[in-house]
Design a protein around this ligand. Structure first.
Ligand code: ADP
Length: 487
């Protein structure tokens, strides 16, 4: 490992509360290091429950004003913020590479998503806030009116830091809510403070967005404070199924509604009539983009028998040849894994699979701080990597006798985020899509796909609810039924 070439540094990352940058009430901070070079990038405010409660109070105080802002005022904030992000593109790509090891390709994907998210959020300001309904009571006008819920807490992960924090805050804000964002300790700037900077510059009123950062291992205290605080009306969470389950258990006690976007174990199915070149491209991108650290990445590739051998050979050769290393080098495809614990976990799971009889077709040996693109075959079902989400560039390859068998195999998973089906037969693709127990299916596309207005989310243990601006009103508004009778 060498120094992070981008040279991006942000010496201090504080909390953003009520429109001001502040230190933690405790005065504590922690060093955020580059996953590539290990150098300290930022000294980050190490917040706790007290800071979270201050942020919630600031969001609550700002709510009436932001909820009552004219559509035109809200629209302008999001349009200006999109311009700010575009202007700062190079700096943002440097920040994403330095802070999260994100290469230029996926960094570009994240920025493009964030800009579109903001421009589409600007349109939400002029969407109807409710509907008129017919009534069986004579002389009555009946309405269902959508109102913002109040303070929304957003708990976001480090992996697609810019995009996922954006998705967690922009929909709720556009609908008139105020927000407290808790980024991951691994992305305090690109998944947190950056959004505060951009929206503040764009004119978002003080207190509408607040950001509270924290040291590694201390997320729980802030999460607990958000759950217990009666001023927080909704929590949206993107992260692991294990953490989501903990939050849901506590949320029951507080009767707090959650939106949960959790783990995936995503199948990519290659039918015998698929275009082989395309299928290999889709699998390489879908499995290895951002080192496989995207919830949508393909974890299992099922290939129908007639194509299986040829596919395995080409796919493994492409995986083995992917340039691996410094994320700020434009040639790099596989950058560093986010931290040493993540690297150790990937290594342990691959070793376990190999110990149980799996064959390594590519990769399989860590080269810290990177883990190479890895293709495994003959992985027995009892290996953890065959069913649990492993956040890294490792994919399990299986031969099947039919795409229908692949669907049945895929559906044995407890997780149900996204699936891809590659086939020359579109009607068959649609039939397979209907049979897959997942929230999202792409026929003839790779799985790492997101658009700000689409209903993003999963079924089974992948969570509850949907992100996506067109659907956010169902999660982040209350419906109020009002009737008015003629005198
Ligand atoms: P990932 O594998 O994506 O890091 P995590 O579930 O560990 O998944 O983290 C996702 C987010 O959840 C991060 O912001 C992390 O700090 C936060 N988090 C972790 N543990 C808790 C907790 N007990 N309460 C609230 N948030 C938590």
């Amino acid at each position: 490992a060498g120094p992070a070439e981008s040279g991006w540094r942000k010496p201090r990352v504080g909390h953003f509360i009520g429109g001001d940058w502040t230190d933690s009430a405790s005065g504590r901070s922690y060093p955020k290091r580059s996953p590539w070079s290990g150098e300290t990038l930022s000294e980050v405010a190490a917040g706790d429950a007290e800071d979270a409660d201050r942020a919630v109070a600031a969001a609550h105080a700002a709510f009436d004003g932001w909820a009552a802002a004219l559509p035109h005022e809200r629209q302008l904030v999001f349009l200006r913020a999109a311009d700010v992000l575009e202007r700062r593109e190079e700096e943002m790509l440097g920040a994403l590479a330095a802070e999260t090891g994100c290469g230029r390709v996926f960094g570009g994907v994240q920025l493009a998503f964030a800009v579109r998210l903001l421009r589409q959020a600007a349109q939400l300001a002029y969407r109807p806030a409710g509907e008129l309904l017919p009534s069986d009571v004579a002389g009555t006008t009946a309405m269902a009116v959508r109102r913002p819920v109040g303070v929304v807490a957003a708990i976001a992960p480090w992996n697609a830091s810019l995009t996922l924090a954006g998705r967690a805050i922009i929909g709720p804000l556009a609908l008139g809510n105020t927000v407290v964002l808790k980024p991951s300790e691994d992305s305090p700037y690109t998944g947190g403070a950056l959004w505060a900077e951009v929206l503040h510059e764009a004119g978002l009123p003080a207190g509408a967005l607040n950001v509270v950062t924290h040291a590694p291992g201390e997320a729980g205290g802030i999460g607990d404070a958000m759950l217990a605080n009666p001023l927080v009306k909704r929590i949206n969470f993107t992260g692991s199924t294990a953490t989501g389950r903990r939050l849901a258990e506590q949320a029951g006690r507080h009767l707090k509604r959650l939106v949960l976007q959790l783990s995936g174990q995503n199948p990519l199915i290659v039918a015998a009539d698929a275009d082989l070149d395309y299928a290999v491209d889709a699998a390489v991108y879908g499995a290895f983009i951002h080192q496989g650290q995207v919830c949508m990445c393909a974890r299992r590739v099922y290939v129908e028998r007639p194509l299986a051998e040829e596919f395995a050979g080409r796919f493994a050769a492409r995986a083995a040849a992917l340039p691996t290393g410094d994320p700020s080098d434009p040639a790099t495809v596989v950058g560093p894994v986010i931290n040493e614990w993540a690297l150790a976990l990937i290594d342990r799971r691959v070793r376990e699979a190999v110990g149980l009889g799996a064959r390594v077709l590519a990769g399989g040996v860590p080269s810290p701080p990177c883990y190479p693109a890895t293709v495994l075959a003959d992985v027995p079902d009892e290996a953890e990597i065959a069913h649990g989400e492993t956040f890294g560039p490792v994919v399990v390859l299986e031969t099947v006798d039919s795409a229908e068998e692949a669907v049945a195999r895929a559906n044995t998973s407890d997780l149900g985020l996204v699936a891809s089906v590659i086939t020359g037969d579109r009607p068959r693709g649609l039939r397979l899509a209907a049979a897959l127990e997942v929230g999202i299916v792409h026929v003839n596309d790779q799985p790492v796909n997101d658009e700000p207005h689409m209903p993003f989310g999963g079924v089974k243990d992948t969570g509850w609810g949907r992100f996506g601006l067109g659907f956010a009103a169902e999660e982040f508004c209350e419906l109020q039924w009002i009737t008015v009778r003629d005198q």
